[in-house]
Design a protein. Structure first.
Length: 168
């Protein structure tokens, strides 16, 4: 029997991730046949351009639907890459009457569910799983950390073109 790789737990022990703040999240596809975007060169030689596929358009639409679903949530920055999504979520102080207030994993779980359902409805593939079970999360603690995550998201298409594949 093949032993599965051990996953590194990235969550902060005893941290309440329903608190107001900024959260950097990476969500990876598990379905290797699905592509969310194509990354190519723009007009300027150093410019990388992301062109969303129909599945990527659904993913982006569902991402912004989260803002309607959770009044305390804002999407600060995102990029939809061919096989993963990076996003900075901002949780505001207003919980909009939710008790208990949804946590970051609750929000990501809702996103995965809604996006999967919408893509499968569009492709007539009921029951298909699109995402890996886990996701990467990082609590952004200060402005320097925020700028680092923002720049990482902005630079990810260029890194993709250079052949860099991130290990998550």
């Amino acid at each position: 029997m093949t032993e599965l790789p051990k996953r590194k737990h990235t969550r902060l022990k005893d941290y309440d991730d329903s608190l107001p703040g900024y959260y950097f999240v990476t969500i990876c596809l598990g379905d290797e046949t699905l592509r969310l975007s194509q990354v190519g060169r723009g007009l300027a030689p150093a410019e990388a351009v992301v062109k969303l596929t129909p599945a990527g358009q659904i993913m982006e639409q569902q991402l912004f639907e989260l803002e309607k679903r959770y009044g305390f949530l804002k999407i600060d920055k995102h990029v939809i890459m061919p096989d993963h999504i990076h996003v900075i979520f901002r949780f505001d102080g207003d919980s909009a009457g939710a008790s208990p207030r949804p946590t970051l994993p609750d929000v990501v779980c809702a996103y995965k569910s809604l996006a999967t359902r919408a893509c499968n409805r569009e492709d007539a593939t009921p029951g298909r799983k699109l995402f890996q079970a886990s996701f990467y999360e990082h609590v952004i603690r200060n402005e320097a950390g925020y700028l680092q995550c923002w720049n990482y998201i902005s630079g990810n298409p260029e890194k993709w073109l250079e052949g860099y594949r991130e290990e998550l």
